[in-house]
Design a protein around this ligand. Structure first.
Ligand SMILES: Nc1ncnc2c1ncn2[C@@H]1O[C@H](COP(=O)(O)OP(=O)(O)O)[C@@H](O)[C@H]1O
Ligand SMILES: [Mg+2]
Length: 280
């Protein structure tokens, strides 16, 4: 399952400073899209890591919460972690290799507080990836909406960033704040290079809402002005109640309603991530 040596493992942080913008939805649907692809003749593997104290990855992946903090992300972020990643497989009956490191709210909040005074605070997860590498082809980090310690931990550990946004008037100012955080903190953490922003993903798009269409049309121009290098404005993910219905059953839409048109909305993002690992 190890990576061919010429590819470095992409670790993609799904970041947004707005709750409900679709971080967990994007994390799980992207995980599915990667896991159904192949490198040569073998299927790709994905690790999903929940850095959000809300811990909704467990629900979206249809798995039970761990009973012990050591079996969650807070355990990984502790000094006593010795490399036994607490991963739980999901969707394995569909022959997919997706493993989840779940979050427990109180232990993760406590751990985030403790990291403030830890000499390696923001590098805590990066250190674990270096010391105890995960064998997966892609790692996806589901981040909290609060731009605090846990997002620093994600920035310190990721190789790429993807930003989901809702097409609401306040999203523009929200995205500007997020990018200010990104540039300031990448500089303070002395990340070299800064993890590139692969792109911005408009989510919950309703084609019949004038404001959505308006913001969507302006978005590529806005992104161009943000100095984000080659960051894309991805095609929007349409609004559908089926996303909530699918997640209530712990499934991505592709496994819940495989012919639903919104399943195709992840294609371009998936192609870009697949390119990073030479998957087809
Ligand atoms: N494209 C979409 N259409 C309709 N509902 C969506 C869509 N994307 C996400 N949702 C729903 O919106 C809610 C918030 O999404 P979620 O992924 O949990 O956001 P976040 O992780 O950023 O808080 C969830 O109930 C989810 O099912
Ligand atoms: Mg979430």
């Amino acid at each position: 399952m190890s990576n061919p040596s010429y590819y470095t493992q992409p670790r993609i942080a799904i970041v947004s400073n707005a709750g409900g913008s679709g971080k967990t939805t994007l994390a799980t649907h992207l995980a599915y899209e990667i896991a159904k692809r192949k490198i040569g003749s073998r299927p790709c593997s994905v690790a999903l890591i929940d850095l959000d104290p809300q811990g909704s990855l467990s629900l979206f992946c249809g798995i039970e919460k761990p009973s012990e903090p050591e079996a969650s992300t807070s355990g990984v972020l502790s000094d006593s972690f010795s490399g036994s990643w607490p991963l739980v497989s999901c969707w394995s009956e569909k022959q997919l290799k997706v493993d989840v490191c779940q979050s427990l709210q109180q232990p993760l909040l406590k751990r985030a507080d403790e990291l403030v005074s830890h000499p390696r605070g923001p590098y805590m997860l990066a250190d674990k990836f270096n010391d105890y590498p995960l064998p997966h082809d892609v790692v996806i980090l589901d981040c909290p909406a609060t731009l605090g310690r846990l997002n620093l931990v994600a920035l310190g550990a990721c190789t790429h960033v993807i930003i989901p946004i809702q097409l609401e008037p306040k999203s523009a100012s929200g995205a500007a704040e997020l990018l200010e955080f990104y540039f300031i903190e990448c500089r303070r953490l002395r990340l070299d290079p800064y993890p590139p922003v692969l792109g911005i993903v408009p989510n919950q798009y309703r084609a019949n809402q004038a404001i959505h269409k308006n913001i969507l049309e302006q978005l590529p121009g806005v992104i161009k002005n943000l100095n984000l290098g080659s960051a894309s404005c991805y095609p929007p993910i349409r609004f559908s109640y089926e996303f909530s219905n699918a997640s209530a059953l712990g499934l991505p839409l592709q496994l819940y309603r495989k012919n639903h048109p919104a399943c195709n909305d992840f294609a371009k993002i998936a192609v870009d991530v697949a390119k990073l690992i030479g998957a087809k």
